[in-house]
Write a protein that binds this ligand. Structure first.
Ligand code: 8YV
Length: 325
């Protein structure tokens, strides 16, 4: 892995900028930060005295999409100017607390749209065509006993997208290649996109075969996909979640999968990552992935360039590249 050119771009003559890293960052991203800033890697999780020694110096936080940056942590950092998230989601960042202090918050939108959309389609195909189960069937030698039971067709089916933002629109474009009809629910109707709009997730779920969740996380969407929505999706319906675990009522989902109230689920995110409930691990009608929506070299490099670029722009007095809306 080559070190990106900007890694050595220490800001000329300025005293080193102190950056608190609050997550286990992708190593090349961490290396780039270490090449340009004075890094304090997760010191806030360690000795209180060690954190107290650097807290007054910290001018930036480097976080990931899964990070928690609370009002309490922000209050302990009197010199904090900017929070750069290595991720599109920032539901763990107390943006209101940051704004009250005039602290900028940035994220990495757009550069991962294709990647997350690809995984959503991949999970839909995997759970409907039972690809992991088929792989295990062959490896276990069961093909010698006879053909694998038939699965569910995806092409031509009805797709419902919960959250038609940048990634949702990328999923819809891919679904068209599968001759799927596309409908959606979102905070606002988006008539220009030409897909059928439903005002609620339950109404959408009742009208589709596959329900893909791709909304932001946070209080506004907590448990949006609940028992009622899962009942509406029905015994032949499939759920895919590439958003945040918090958006789906995980207990209700497990009950629906165990009872057959829905047919199956493809899940990349969970309520308490990296802990996945044992009941889910035991189910045969689910496909589980470890929050890998954006996890490719190409996309993580693009996310790193943008997250680093936002810090560099801030400390060079240039406009931020991608502030949160
Ligand atoms: C993470 C994500 O940021 O972009 C997001 O919102 O959840 C992911 O891309 C990524 O896992 C890095 O930690």
């Amino acid at each position: 892995m080559t070190t990106p050119a900007y890694a050595a771009a220490a800001l000329p003559t300025a005293p080193p900028v102190d950056v608190l890293v609050v997550a286990r960052l992708w190593p090349p991203m961490l290396a780039a930060l270490q090449g340009a800033f004075r890094i304090h890697d997760r010191v806030h999780l360690g000795e209180a005295s060690a954190f107290a020694a650097i807290a007054p110096l910290v001018r930036a936080i480097a976080a990931s999409g899964e990070s928690k940056v609370s009002r309490e942590l922000i209050a302990k950092l009197p010199s904090l100017e900017v929070i750069s998230v290595f991720g599109v989601g920032y539901d763990g960042i107390d943006v209101a607390a940051a704004r009250e202090r005039g602290i900028a918050v940035t994220h990495t939108p757009n550069v991962l749209n294709d990647e997350v959309a690809d995984l959503a389609i991949g999970l839909m195909l995997s759970v409907a065509r039972r690809l992991p189960q088929a792989d295990r069937y062959v490896r276990a030698g069961r093909w010698l006993e006879g053909p694998m039971p038939l699965a569910r067709k995806v092409s031509g089916a009805r797709l419902g997208i919960v959250g038609l933002g940048r990634i949702g629109a990328a999923i819809a474009r891919r679904a068209a290649a599968f001759d799927m009809s596309v409908a959606y629910t979102a905070r606002h109707e988006k008539p220009t996109l030409g897909y059928r709009y439903f005002a609620s997730a339950a109404a959408l779920a009742a009208a589709v075969d596959f329900l893909v969740v791709v909304t932001p996380g946070g209080a506004g969407t907590r448990k949006l996909i609940d028992a009622e929505v899962l009942r509406a999706l029905g015994k032949d319906g499939y759920l895919v979640n590439v958003a945040r675990g918090s958006v789906v009522d995980e207990f209700a989902l497990i009950e629906a999968l165990k009872s057959g109230a829905i047919a199956g689920a493809g899940l990349d995110v969970f309520e308490n990552e990296p802990n996945v409930p044992a009941e889910l691990l035991a189910l045969d009608n689910v496909v589980l992935t470890p929050h890998v929506g954006s996890a490719t070299w190409q996309t993580r490099q693009a996310m790193s360039d943008l997250a680093f670029g936002n810090l560099e722009a801030h400390f060079a007095g240039r406009p931020l590249l991608s502030p949160v809306p």
